[in-house]
Design a protein. Structure first.
Lengths: 249, 249
């Protein structure tokens, strides 16, 4: 059986806060203990805040190109400028709605830039520069302080082609192999499975997404207990479909 | 806290089996009781088998078009014929690898036709004709027999653009609103959320996918307990992104 719970009354994270320490403190306040094999899912928003990835729009000078796109989409040109700055590629630009490939390689709307859960009307939040490393630092701190091996996954809310309704996916991870292959296994009737590689990290983030919420729940840290996973330390970038195997970009 | 568990030793479902009754029997054998508000996630494969959606390839006559596509992809032309028959539209055909829009409206690889977990080397499994209705019948049977209001979701494994690793998504549901809107809510800092509609049904299926597995686990039924949802009875087709709001088809 899986058990999934949130850390209640998690503090509002500010720049330079030590999220790993806040998690350990919050566990104690929630009368919980971290256990070996726990998976800690953390909302990208608090990682970005702690790492100072908030941008005041007043300090951004939009280019002519950003202004042109902003006009099409009725967006703030300074916001568009930051979307372009965070991108290495524009995958779609339809009426100024941008789907980009971020510098990390994630294909997502608006380079993953967020306006929700960010303090200040004119402030936006960029994705962490290196979400795998953000996860790694938190995992190592917890290992050192609590002497427990856990997995840490940074989760973000994404919209998708073909499907309505956002879901949570993994943008960074540490201490876990985000993919699970069934390639060498057989099915119920003894036939070998041809192509079954499953994104367990994305599915784990979806689990967290159900409890995390998107609004003012204030529960950006979710613990999943009882799920067996490979502790091979593999980057969340392995979840990015290579362009040559992607029929839709 | 969410609790998630599988029904162990679930029998292998054959054509015309009563899945709802098998679930009730299995619950009893597992010393479990169904509870009001439980969410029952069922793998598409057993629904298709019970509903006689298995096709013997020997009985399929491929068209010239199917043979041409089969040649490009090194697939069985009879298999390709069935992919085309189940589709109302081809979204992508790259080297004979087909992404289609099924008659239900789902955009997926090979019209959702499966070769795994199907008995017989030359047998394939089609998606249920009306997965919402499959879910509804099971929900109503359980309501009548066990006097409990539950939600039922039919889950399938899908690959995705941009991301590697399949995840489970909802293709049919009953007794639940598969989408949750945060549109009228405010975020942590009091700002209103602009666009947050979350696919809770897809996320619930991802939870199930973690335990269901893809191989010979033989646990096609998963129960999720403790998740609060709207009992509005809405079709899983509301999860299909309308073509005009889809930038990638």
């Amino acid at each position: 059986m899986l058990e999934i719970f949130s850390l209640k009354h998690f503090p509002i994270i500010k720049q330079n806060d030590n999220i790993a320490q806040e998690i350990l403190t919050s566990l104690r306040k929630n009368n919980l203990e971290i256990k070996k094999g726990d998976i800690i899912i953390i909302a990208q928003s608090i990682i970005s805040r702690a790492e100072g990835r908030l941008i005041k729009l007043d300090e951004v000078n939009p280019s002519d190109f950003a202004m042109e796109i902003a006009k099409q989409s009725n967006k703030d040109p300074r916001h568009v400028e930051m979307i372009l700055k965070e991108a290495k590629n524009i995958c779609k630009n339809r009426n100024g709605v941008l789907v980009t490939e971020t510098k990390h390689g994630f294909v997502c709307a608006n380079s993953g830039i967020d306006k929700s859960n960010v303090p200040g009307e004119n402030t936006i939040s960029l994705l962490p520069v290196d979400p795998d490393n953000s996860a790694k630092k938190i995992r190592e701190y917890i290992k050192k302080q609590a002497k427990k091996n856990v997995a840490v996954i940074i989760s973000d809310t994404h919209n998708r082609p073909f499907r309505l309704g956002a879901i949570n996916i993994a943008i960074g991870c540490s201490g876990i192999d985000p993919l699970k292959s069934y390639l060498k296994e057989t099915d119920l009737f003894g036939y070998s499975l041809k192509s079954s590689i499953v994104s367990i990290a994305d599915q784990l983030c979806s689990v967290a997404g159900l409890i995390m919420g998107e609004a003012k729940e204030g529960t950006p840290v979710i613990i999943i207990r009882g799920y067996k996973f490979s502790e091979k330390d593999i980057s969340a970038k392995t979840l990015i479909r290579p362009a040559e195997r992607d029929y839709f970009r």
